[in-house]
Design a protein around this ligand. Structure first.
Ligand code: PBG
Length: 308
């Protein structure tokens, strides 16, 4: 028997590892492989090393992916497992997102200390979040709240909440579920009011273009509806080409062969928000996302992206 015939590259955070384990489990099940056949290789990325500043301030795309992609290129690993949300819309030459696993709940979860629901937070309460999109959505819904920078891994954030540093925080429901921490969720935010980030809740597998051995191994893991929804959401994101300082939200839902997309761009202070929606055949997923991006851009006007 061959050992470690497949190497999975991943970030070393608990969430990233949980995603890599899930991918390994599915590969084992699909091909009847023993656990030893698949090695998980944890790697540190710039996004993991820099903990004291909001990601948007550090700038640059691919903070969580670059080192892993280099290893993929160099053949040190065979596939990379990522949260789709963390992957830039343009990938390095020779690599592609070959497969998406079935998407988990894409919604944002609210975790409150003294209140369960986000809407029940008292006037002036403190909410921890470093995501530009969540900050803008919070300010839009509740301009009275105080928002504080809040990075670090999921466990750190929950500890800060428990210690009373903040009255509430937001995390992706999917990440909490994958960590087995779904019980901390006190409220789930409906996309009508709190639109998630494009790609939220979906695990993407990146591999080398033309690697037929890997393509064959991954094929049974592919979830078609997720791939279609993500084609739309990532087209929206890619064609907006907002700087990493632009809060962008977007979610595609597939229902009976039809795709419905909702997208939004906001100013970081939440005072300006432009909403767009699109609908059509799943065959046109990317075009629906692209068209929505063009329309919302036109709505917002040329100055929207440079004013702040
Ligand atoms: N860089 C943060 C990040 N990237 C992906 C997830 C959650 C899991 C997902 O969206 O699939 C998170 C944490 C969070 O937003 O709560």
């Amino acid at each position: 028997m061959q050992t470690a015939s497949l190497k999975i590259g991943t970030r070393g955070s608990k969430l990233a590892l949980a995603q890599a384990y899930e991918t390994r489990r599915r590969l084992q099940e699909a091909h009847g492989l023993p656990e030893e056949a698949i090695e998980i290789v944890p790697m540190s990325t710039a996004g993991d090393r820099i903990q004291d500043r909001p990601l948007a301030e550090i700038g640059g795309k691919g903070l969580f992916t670059e080192e892993i992609e280099q290893a993929l290129h160099a053949g040190e690993i065979d596939i990379a497992v990522h949260s789709t949300k963390d992957i830039p819309t343009v990938l390095p030459d020779g690599l592609h997102l070959s497969v998406y696993l079935e998407r988990e709940d894409p919604r944002d979860a609210f975790i409150g200390r003294n209140v369960k629901k986000f809407t029940d937070l008292p006037q002036g309460a403190v909410v921890g979040s470093s995501s530009l999109r969540r900050q803008a959505l919070i300010r839009r819904l509740r301009p009275d709240l105080q928002i504080v920078m809040y990075r670090g891994n999921v466990q750190t954030r929950l500890r800060k909440l428990e210690e009373g540093e903040v009255d509430g925080t937001f995390l992706a429901a999917a990440g909490l579920r994958r960590l087995g921490l779904q019980d901390v969720i006190t409220d789930l935010m409906e996309p009508e009011h709190f639109l998630p980030a494009p790609g939220q809740g979906a695990i993407a597998i990146e591999s080398r273009i033309g690697d037929t051995r890997i393509d064959a191994l991954l094929a049974p893991l592919a979830h078609r509806e997720t791939q279609i929804a993500l084609a739309c959401e990532r087209a929206f994101l890619g064609h907006l080409d907002g700087s990493c300082r632009t809060p962008i939200a977007g979610l595609a839902i597939i229902d009976q062969g039809q795709l419905r997309f909702n997208g939004m761009i906001l100013t970081p202070d939440g005072t300006q928000a432009h909403h767009v929606s699109g609908e059509g055949s799943i065959a046109d997923a990317a075009a629906i996302g692209e068209d929505a991006a063009k329309r919302v851009r036109a709505m917002a006007g040329p100055d929207f992206f440079k004013d702040w």
